[in-house]
Design a binder for this molecule. Sequence first.
Ligand SMILES: [Zn+2]
Length: 292
Amino acid sequence: METALAIELEGARIAVGAVDRAGHVHESEAVEPNGERTGGTYELLAECIERVRSRTARHGGQIVVCGISIGGGDDLDGTTADGGVADSRAADRLRGRLSTLVGVPVYADTEGRGFALGEGWVGAAKGCNNFVAMLVGHTVRGGAVVDGRLLDGSLGAAGRIGHVMVEPDGRRCACGARGCLQSEVSIDAIESASGRPLTEPTYDVMRRVGQLIGRAGAAAATLLDVGLIVCGGRVAREYASTLFLAAQEEIDQLCRLPFDKGARIVSARTPSPSGLISAAAIGWRGLAMAGG
Ligand SMILES: [Zn+2]
């Protein structure tokens, strides 16, 4: 059975798995560099890959592609592997090393864009050709699928909904602007603005986060003619229906044109481990675009 070697790089955590063309995860394991043992991150990753590859082969799986989902950290730091832009130099270096190691084509992209691919593949946007997906956690990342294709843009960064402005006099964002969605609704922004941990919000905090997410979602729906916004990540999980109701109300307020009216925001549904499914989706997409 053909499988994708899926690699999720998420802050201090590395996960590796084998995922088939139907989105089933057959093997998986995760390691945390800087844990009890020493050694370089790349060496740990390589060991992890070797174990997953050998178990996959033993069970009759054949790895034909490798997909990497790059997340964690701030997306503006071009010196680390989470360059944010899919073809950043750091991601390119990693891709080059891994392609020698695994001997199959390697494709890398951001976790937000991988999340969009995963949701379209086996999640809440399955069967939907036009949607925007956003992942709200320590950063806000996303991807836009239009006419059945993940939009790339000039630098491969299309769908960066975290830096859409939602509050004109809002908080200063890491990008230098004010009031970006990320600077208002990321975990750190919520905690610092409210003075409370993410898990102990007031009702008003949850409503406001939902409203701002809805505002960005509405802008995307209007701009791209998509009727579906998928929202996932830790903030969406924690604030659940309160967030989604407030977001939907905001979208209903803002989307009044014949084509954007009725746009819906829904919760992510990619099964766990969703990060590995995102990574595999990046790999399968790369292979399909290369004609494989
Ligand atoms: Zn910003």
